[in-house]
Design a protein around this ligand. Structure first.
Ligand SMILES: Cc1cc2nc3c(=O)[nH]c(=O)nc-3n(C[C@H](O)[C@H](O)[C@H](O)COP(=O)(O)OP(=O)(O)OC[C@H]3O[C@@H](n4cnc5c(N)ncnc54)[C@H](O)[C@@H]3O)c2cc1C
Length: 407
């Protein structure tokens, strides 16, 4: 958001609660629609140096039988590559670029938003600083990009309550691992009760290895159980918890249990979202990214939609008066992202895994007996269209153009 505003000649300040910015996290995918924004900001080349250009996305059952294969990025006929990257590296590039481009003092760490007031002339944001002093800052507009536990969201919607949890835990790790399936394939296997997502996110220390990101989902509680408290988020995971789920997935070319065991440390994270909001904007104040529309990490769209929000809002602010721009932004982005939140809750494109698991729990001889080509096109292609990843260009299951494959 800050880089887009700066590019359009609009001054801004960034207030970040944390005192020091560290490159934390594991893997994330930058899909072509958000890659286009990062290219226009002039940082795509630097990101690509740190990432893997993803060639193929493959859905499989828990025995590794293929359900759907799609070509990604340029291989799939898009005008931009898809990158799989360490989330911390993406954040690092964004942060350092903002430090280099914005005037000194524009990025303030150790500032936690507490409240705000607004009037006809602007907004006053009230922060608690890390040294326990308070700071008031005045601006034209206040954008809350403060994540799934957004303070600004709770100020705008005080009765909303806790995040939603359907009882699934995510264990996430990354480890140096021998190349598999060409070294640029993303794989999602099993079903929505126990799921493995695995893909390389960086070159390894040798040509035969890659830094390989894995996520295991496991259903650990019923869908009526309250979500774990905040201190239960992003804490170190335990092998005894994740292995029963990891062992269920048997892929011919990847020893999932060995991959998990080889990872020195990994994290546990409840899979949560929130119901779509009826509105994000109040006068000169609005929400963006996970603060506005936290969603299940299905379909690789969380950060992509945040990046698309930021581009949209920055452009509108450069074209019209602040309050009008904020309303236009909400009109453009709220319905689209609300649909993705709802769709991801039902499994997003990965719903095809569930359908196959239900109909062929012990594997299949012919895929068509478990799911029809029309269902695959409808679910996977429909999702790509809904999220803005593809328009109406040709979409067919288990296929993909090889156009520009090696560019
Ligand atoms: C397992 C997993 C895999 C994922 N994979 C993908 C993927 O492949 N592709 C994808 O696009 N997305 C993915 N996502 C989603 C993605 O990580 C999020 O959608 C994205 O990080 C949201 O960005 P954000 O800037 O809105 O919020 P965040 O990244 O949560 O950033 C919020 C920031 O606000 C700060 N903050 C919090 N409170 C305050 C306050 N009161 N005052 C000031 N600052 C505050 C925080 O310190 C933080 O820096 C995944 C998520 C998970 C859990």
């Amino acid at each position: 958001m800050a880089l887009s505003l700066h590019q359009l000649g609009i001054a801004c300040m960034v207030f970040e609660a944390t005192t020091e910015v560290h490159e934390i996290g594991v893997g994330i995918n930058i899909l072509p629609h958000s890659a286009r924004v990062l290219m226009s900001l002039g940082i795509f080349g630097e990101l690509e140096e740190l990432a893997i250009r993803t060639r193929e996305l493959r859905y499989m059952n828990h025995l590794g039988q293929r359900i759907w294969t799609g070509k990604c990025g340029l291989w799939g006929g898009h005008d931009m590559p898809q990158l799989s990257i360490h989330r911390g590296k993406l954040h690092g590039v964004l942060w350092r670029t903002a430090q280099a481009r914005l005037p000194a003092g524009s990025l303030r760490t150790g500032h936690r938003l507490k409240s705000f007031d607004q009037d006809h002339g602007g907004v006053t944001a009230r922060f608690r600083r890390a040294d326990r002093t308070d700071a008031d800052e005045r601006g034209c507009v206040l954008v809350g990009a403060d994540g799934i536990h957004s303070v600004l969201r709770s100020l705008l919607h005080p009765t909303e309550g806790a995040v939603r949890w359907q009882g699934s835990q995510l264990w996430r790790g990354a480890v140096e691992w021998p190349v598999f399936e060409g070294g640029n394939t993303m794989m999602i296997a099993a079903d929505l009760r126990t799921k493995l997502t695995v893909y390389p996110i960086a070159r390894g220390r040798s040509v035969g290895t890659r830094l390989t990101n894995w996520i295991v989902n496991g259903k650990v509680a019923s869908s009526t159980t309250p979500p774990p408290p905040r201190e239960g988020w992003s804490r170190p995971g335990k092998l005894d918890d994740v292995l029963p789920f990891a062992k269920r997935i048997r892929l011919p070319f990847l020893d999932v249990e060995a991959l998990v065991r080889a990872t020195p440390s990994f994290f546990e994270y409840p899979e949560c979202d929130r119901d779509p909001l009826p509105w994000w904007t109040q006068g000169r104040v609005t929400l963006l990214g996970d603060a506005a529309h936290p969603m299940y990490p299905t379909g690789s769209n969380g950060s992509a939609q945040a990046i698309l929000d930021a581009r949209c809002l920055a452009k509108l602010l450069s074209e019209m008066a602040p309050e009008v721009a904020l309303r236009a932004y909400e009109t453009e982005r709220l319905p689209k992202t609300a649909e993705i939140v709802r769709n991801n809750r039902r499994g997003g494109p990965e719903r095809v895994l569930d359908l196959v698991a239900e109909r062929a729990p012990n594997g299949f001889e012919h895929l068509e007996d478990a799911i029809t080509p029309a269902e695959l096109v409808d679910i996977v292609g429909g999702y790509a269209r809904m999220t803005g990843l593809i328009d109406n260009h040709q979409f067919s299951p288990n296929a993909g153009s090889e156009r520009q494959a090696d560019t």
